[in-house]
Design a protein around this ligand. Structure first.
Ligand code: PSV
Ligand code: MN
Ligand code: MN
Length: 385
């Protein structure tokens, strides 16, 4: 039988630097107390999440939201704080030049500028030791006929090929898809199929990232996960929750059962093996809730879903499936989901030298009071920054 605790101890969940900054809605950014004033302080906050959960040892950066003069210095600072630099997220969506697109823009000048930014992100990977570049394009069109859908795919393929060529040994890029927003009529990378086709053409260093908030309502995300993992093309997750669109709420908050189903397919496909290279990242913003506890809660939610997925009695499930025992198979699956794994995880944390409840441990630590007093004028997470 799988040593569930050993697997859970080895799981790594990456938190995003932008989750620690001030964020809000299209209507208002709500400033909170103690929010980081620079990327260095974001890393310090991420280190708190790791210190209390023991399983969040890396932080994703977003460029230029986390622009600094010396990235090697930032990486050193991260290490001193007890975390490492994870994925480098590119940003080709916040410049006036990108109104009609970035790498798929009709103008060669704008495409060059966008691709140069992606290449600069690979330079930052070199400087920080990051092995993953995450690409999300807001590119698309709002009106039928606005631009040539097929030509935009050609331009996308050209840019991706140039970035792919630039990747060094041990580096990869993850291509993220999103159904809609900010483009509404036709998005250039709208779904996993489009992302998969571009990545498959390029080779093993190109994989797909599944942002759980980027699908149409009712989409069977676990099917996508199973399929991509089977093809060796599941590079990772951007975890969050959605009720309506790209809500970016805490993972596991809206639909913990869906998260369990996703994690079951990860377990089933060997996606928790470190060699599988699946990155478990959070992509969220905490508009109304405190940031560090919001991240701690999110990490715990992924961990709980993973524990439940590991508890599925695979032998019993296979036997029921082979016999065509529909209700029996479903019962095996639901038994695992309905198990309260919190005592198991509390025990695991104590074995790791941590407090059994990271939420109350953080609340009691006095860290929030300290940063609230020290930091004045925290940074905005990114949008409009
Ligand atoms: C886009 O909606 C997205 O999911 C991409 O991953 C961006 O990098 C991120 O959100 C920005 O928060
Ligand atoms: Mn995302
Ligand atoms: Mn998103």
């Amino acid at each position: 039988m799988t040593d569930i605790k050993a697997v859970l101890r080895a799981q790594h969940i990456e938190t995003p630097s932008w989750a620690y900054g001030n964020s809000g809605t299209r209507f208002k950014v709500f400033a909170q107390k103690g929010v980081p004033r620079d990327p260095y302080e974001k890393l310090a906050d991420a280190a708190q999440v790791h210190a209390h959960t023991g399983i969040a040892p890396t932080v994703a950066l977003h460029i230029p939201w986390d622009k600094v003069d010396d990235y090697a210095d930032l990486a050193r600072h991260a290490q001193e704080a007890g975390v490492g630099i994870g994925a480098i997220n590119s940003n080709v969506f916040q410049d006036d030049d990108y109104m009609l697109g970035s790498v798929t823009h009709p103008s060669a000048r704008v495409r060059r500028k966008a691709t140069d930014h992606l290449l600069e992100c690979v330079d930052i990977m070199d400087a920080t030791g990051s092995d993953t570049l995450k690409l999300w394009f807001s590119d698309g069109i709002n009106y039928p006929g606005q631009d040539d859908i097929r030509a935009r795919q050609d331009r996308l393929a050209e840019a991706l090929a140039e970035v792919y060529e630039r990747l060094g040994d041990g580096q990869r890029f993850l291509l993220e898809y999103k159904l809609f927003e900010p483009a509404f009529y036709a998005t250039d990378v709208p779904d996993w199929g489009t992302a998969y086709a571009h990545c498959a053409k390029l080779g093993p260093k190109a994989q797909v990232v599944v942002d759980t908030g980027h699908h149409a309502p009712g989409t069977n995300i676990e099917f996508i996960v199973a399929f991509l993992l089977r093809e060796g093309k599941l590079g990772g997750f951007d975890f969050n929750s959605r009720f309506y669109a790209d809500d970016d709420l805490m993972v596991g908050a809206a639909d913990p059962f869906q998260l369990f189903r996703i994690m079951y397919e990860v377990v089933r496909g060997g996606g928790l093996d470190p060699e599988a290279g699946v990155a478990f990242m959070l992509d969220q913003c905490h508009n109304i809730e405190p940031k560090i506890p919001g991240q701690i809660r999110s990490v715990m939610n992924v961990q709980e879903a993973t524990a439940k997925a590991l508890l599925v009695d695979r032998d019993a499930l296979s036997a029921a499936q082979a016999e065509g025992d529909v209700l029996g198979a479903n019962a095996v699956f639901m038994d695992a989901y309905n198990t309260d794994v919190r005592p198991l995880l509390a025990e695991l944390r104590e074995e790791m030298g941590l407090a059994p409840d990271p939420m109350s441990a953080y609340a009691k630590s006095g860290h929030f009071e300290k940063i609230a007093a020290e930091r004045v004028g925290g940074q905005q997470a990114g949008w409009g920054a």
